[in-house]
Design a protein around this ligand. Structure first.
Ligand SMILES: C[S@@+](CC[C@H](N)C(=O)[O-])C[C@H]1O[C@@H](n2cnc3c(N)ncnc32)[C@H](O)[C@@H]1O
Length: 207
C-alpha cells in the first residue's frame, strides 16, 4: 500500500470537500436531480445522503472503485471511465458531477460523453473548483498547476468550464462562481456550481 496515495491524500481530500459548507453546496446542486440519474466519479459516495428524498436509485461510474455506503439509495455502480461511458445515447435525465471535471484527463471528451448520454432536455448539474476570475489569482493558479497536478494525482486548479460546456452544445441555465472553504483557498477555493442542459431540439438551418 502507498501511504500518501491510499491513506493521507484521500483523508485530506475528504476533510476538505466533505466539510459542512461544501455539503451545503452539494445539496444545492443535487436538489435539481430527477428522473434517471447518472453520477460520474462517485468516489466514496459522499453525495448519496444529500440527494432529494424522491431519489431512491442512481447509476454511477468511477474509474477507481472504492467502498461506498449506499444505505439510503440503490446504486448501480459501474467501473468505467467518464470519457467512454458504457451507456446508449439519450439514456439519462440528469448527470451529476462533483469535484471530478478537475481531474479527468480529457475534459472536452468527458463533456461530450455526458451530452451524448443525456436525453434531449436532460440536465447536467455540477459542483467543481476551477480558475479564478481575477487575473492575479489565475496567474498564480497557472504557475502552480503543474506541481499541484502531481501532488493531487491529476487534479487541475485552473480549468475553465463555461466555454467548454458551450462548445459541447450545452445550454447554460445556471452558472455561478463563489469562494469556498477548500484549502489551499487561493488555488482551489473558486467553485463553480450550476446546471446546463442538452437542448430539446437541434436548430434546423436552411441550406
Ligand atoms: C476528488 S474525487 C471526488 C469524488 C466525489 N465525486 C465527491 O464529490 O466526493 C474525484 C473522483 O473522480 C474519479 N475520476 C477521476 N477521473 C475519472 C474518469 N476519467 N472517469 C471516472 N471517474 C474518474 C476519481 O476516481 C475520484 O473518485
Amino acid at each position: 500500500m502507498h501511504l500518501y496515495r491510499d491513506k493521507i491524500f484521500p483523508m485530506m481530500m475528504k476533510k476538505n470537500i466533505g466539510k459542512k459548507s461544501i455539503l451545503e453546496l452539494r445539496k444545492k446542486i443535487l436538489s435539481d436531480a430527477k428522473g434517471e440519474i447518472l453520477e460520474i466519479g462517485i468516489g466514496e459516495g459522499t453525495n448519496l445522503t444529500l440527494y432529494p428524498e424522491h431519489v431512491d436509485q442512481i447509476t454511477a461510474v468511477d474509474n477507481y472503485i472504492r467502498k461506498i455506503d449506499s444505505s439510503n439509495i440503490n446504486v448501480n455502480l459501474i467501473f468505467a471511465s467518464a470519457d467512454f461511458l458504457p451507456f446508449d445515447d439519450n439514456s439519462f435525465d440528469t448527470v451529476v458531477s462533483t469535484f471530478v471535471l478537475c481531474s479527468v484527463e480529457n475534459l472536452r471528451k468527458v463533456l461530450a460523453e455526458i451530452y451524448r448520454v443525456l436525453k434531449p432536455g436532460g440536465q447536467f448539474v455540477f459542483l467543481e473548483h476551477g480558475k479564478a476570475k481575477d487575473k492575479l489569482t489565475s496567474m498564480i493558479q497557472n504557475m502552480f498547476n503543474p506541481f499541484y497536478n502531481i501532488f493531487a494525482y491529476g487534479c487541475n486548479i485552473n480549468r475553465q468550464y463555461k466555454y467548454e460546456m458551450v462548445q459541447c452544445g450545452f445550454q447554460l441555465l445556471k452558472f455561478e462562481c463563489e469562494k469556498a472553504d477548500i484549502y489551499p483557498r487561493v488555488l482551489t477555493g473558486y467553485v463553480y456550481t450550476g446546471k446546463v442542459n442538452k437542448p430539446e431540439k437541434m436548430e434546423k438551418f436552411d441550406e
